[in-house]
Design a protein around this ligand. Structure first.
Ligand code: C2O
Ligand code: CU
Ligand code: CU
Length: 477
């Protein structure tokens, strides 16, 4: 079966928003797609691997003419790709060379909050550093590193901070997926930006309901071209935009197969011609270009706008078929006797709220016992002017989507996720388990909503392990 549907509610797509900025074709020649290089460790000592990650300022040639001042991780824009392996102990030296405070948030990594996971309680001041370490104990997946300082996440991401994080493991390594980074396995970081005399100007483009840009960028490249040298290509798609939803399809309606969602491999591959990603969601897809010949060009689109091109070259025949069953999701049993946690996203513009409140860095909004599996009803009550989709994200866990308004989740929602788009008037039921005690954020991932305060924090507690958290205040940022 091939799905030809975006599934989400069309009347509330971002393009119906009052502040919607349609994408425009940029007057930029086709150019090679940027493939971020892979960060090299400082040191490998048995199972201990050491990295330095520096948030830095730089300049990037994005448009013809003057270079654009941009921010990145060990790079002038976005960041070098970080490849982690399950079971390895990582030591990371985080360095801030930016002129202001930032944090280093590992979106999707199951590491402890509120410090190691790099939420707002883990500031790294300008010219300062912080050392963290963790054992990577989760399956293969595509995650990302981005800043999370309260309330400047949106602007810092807009300036360029976002790096792909690839997690590998031995089980995924046995599956017949392309995995030669940069050749048949590439990140596709989807973003939109506007430029003013070739420079970013967040203030000028700011929209409290989510900032949109005029031009589509993939990995920081406008009109990027990727040279296809293998029949099958794996795209690690990441919506790294502040606000924009991406409704992806190819110009020739070429089919593609999703093999993984946020938290890793799907139980079954899902075939699509259309895929929508809300902010911060990831989808790994395999595109089989076996029906193409050298010289052909296939264009990736969002709505009616081209985003990037795949230029088909010579390749060896590779008719590898994916197995019908990819992995088994060990769904944890819901802990009996516990009430359903209900959390409500409401409002638009500066009226956005989570459970009727604005974020307070020193308030713990909820508690959940480590190891318990609790049903959460994530509700989007927002129906002003038709409403909008809020992408709901949780730190410190990967959850399972059980239902949407009591109905089956979408066909590509049968794997682990950490971000789920919730339609207006919809209740998405998820199963949530924390495995590590700590304090974790949960929030809308439209970055301007998060910065406005559509965010709260939960303490995952272990009754045998009392822990006092130092929750800093906004003034300490
Ligand atoms: Cu990707 Cu709390 O964020
Ligand atoms: Cu996160
Ligand atoms: Cu929102």
């Amino acid at each position: 079966k091939v799905y030809n549907d975006y599934f989400f509610d069309e009347p509330i797509f971002d393009l119906h928003d009052g502040g919607y900025i349609p994408l425009e074709r940029a007057d930029v020649k086709d150019q090679p797609l940027n493939i971020p290089s892979v960060i090299k460790p400082d040191k490998v000592d048995g199972n201990d691997v050491y990295y330095t990650i520096t948030a830095q300022e730089g300049e990037t040639q994005i448009l013809p003419g003057k270079k654009t001042k941009t921010w990145g991780y060990n790079a002038s824009l976005l960041g070098q790709t970080i490849i982690f392996k399950q079971g390895v102990h990582y030591h990371i030296h985080l360095v801030n060379k930016l002129p202001e405070v930032t944090t280093f948030h590992w979106h999707g990594l199951n590491v402890t909050g509120p410090v190691v996971d790099g939420g707002p309680h883990a500031p790294v001041y300008s010219n300062g550093s912080r050392d963290i370490d963790f054992t990577l104990d989760q399956p293969a997946q595509t995650d990302w590193l981005h800043p999370h300082p309260c309330p400047n996440t949106a602007r810092q991401v807009w300036n360029g901070l976002a790096a792909a994080v690839v997690v590998t493991d031995d089980e995924e390594a046995k599956l017949p997926f392309p995995r030669n980074y940069g050749v048949d396995d590439i990140p596709v970081i989807l973003q939109d930006r506007s430029y003013h005399d070739n420079q970013l100007d967040y203030k000028a483009d700011y929209d409290v309901d989510g900032t949109l840009g005029k031009y589509a960028l993939v990995n920081g490249t406008i009109n990027g071209v990727f040279n296809v040298t293998t029949q099958r290509v794996r795209l690690r798609m990441l919506n790294g935009s502040d606000r924009r939803e991406w409704r992806l399809h190819f110009d020739d309606n070429h089919e593609f197969t999703q093999i993984a969602s946020d938290g890793g491999t799907l139980p079954e591959p899902v075939k699509f011609t259309k895929l929508m990603l809300t902010c911060a969601e990831r989808a790994e897809v395999i595109v089989d270009f076996g029906d193409k010949k050298p010289g052909d060009v296939v264009t990736l689109m969002t709505d009616d706008m081209p985003i990037m091109k795949f230029k088909i070259g010579e390749f060896a025949k590779d008719d590898t078929k994916l197995p019908e069953h990819l992995t088994t999701i060990d769904a944890p049993k819901v802990t009996p006797g516990l009430p359903v946690t209900r959390t409500v996203m409401s409002g638009m513009d500066d009226q956005v709220r989570l459970d009727g409140k604005l974020f307070d860095m020193q308030r713990i909004d909820r508690k959940q016992k480590v190891g318990d599996t609790v049903l959460w009803d994530v509700v989007n009550t927002n129906d002003m002017d038709g409403g909008m989709i809020h992408p709901f994200h949780m730190h410190g866990c990967q959850f399972l989507v059980l239902s949407r308004n009591g109905k089956e989740p979408y066909p590509n929602e049968h794997g682990w996720k950490d971000t789920v788009g919730v339609n207006a008037g919809e209740t998405v039921r998820i199963a949530v388990q924390f495995t590590k005690f700590g304090v974790y954020m949960y929030h809308c991932h439209i970055l301007e909503h998060e910065d406005t305060g559509m965010m709260a924090q939960i303490e995952a507690y272990d009754p045998n392990h009392e822990h006092k958290y130092h929750l800093i205040s906004m003034d300490e940022m």
